[in-house]
Write a protein that binds this ligand. Structure first.
Ligand code: SME
Length: 156
């Protein structure tokens, strides 16, 4: 079984996302728990885009708790109202941050992160996790990332 894309260098961003979504539909195992699927999805996104950090924080009791990820070591606990992740959790809307230094309260888990997107994951109308992606370049994320990543987290 291999889901690692052979060569993504010739694909446009939209083509990468289309392929990524097709792979995710096959890869997500309905018999496995969500954490197992989050782990593979984190790596799948990395395989297509080589972002600096890709992973999930899960809402547990009164905090967001680090879940499966691919990338450098990250903060384990985030308050519900703190940082970009807390903003996505609290208002249930995808956050696109072109320059993390301009986002009040941004939590710098890695000094290399320059821009970020955080997508809420819903169960019914409740946010149960967020997908956080950090880039080591400014202004990496736009509406296209938002639209495809929102479709992706719905598969979980
Ligand atoms: N930067 C995030 C914290 C998580 S790390 O980027 C992995 C934030 O401000 O919520």
């Amino acid at each position: 079984m291999s889901f690692t894309p052979q060569d993504t260098s010739t694909l446009s961003k939209a083509e990468k996302y289309v392929n990524l979504l097709k792979d995710a539909e096959v890869l997500i195992d309905r018999q496995a728990d969500t954490i197992a699927n989050m782990a593979n999805i984190s790596r799948l996104i990395y395989d297509y885009f080589q972002f600096h950090w890709v992973g999930f924080y899960r809402a547990m009791d009164d905090k967001l708790v680090l879940g499966p990820y691919h990338g450098p070591i990250a903060c384990t606990l985030i308050e519900f109202n703190k940082g970009v992740c807390g903003a996505a959790y609290s208002n249930g809307k995808t956050q696109i941050v072109a320059d993390v230094n301009q986002f009040p309260g941004h939590i710098a888990c890695s000094a290399l992160s320059k821009s970020e997107i955080v997508v809420p994951c819903f169960s019914g109308n409740k946010v149960v996790a967020v997908l956080d992606i950090d880039s080591d370049e400014f202004a990496t994320f736009d509406e296209m990332d938002k639209n495809y990543l929102e479709k992706l987290v719905k598969l979980l």
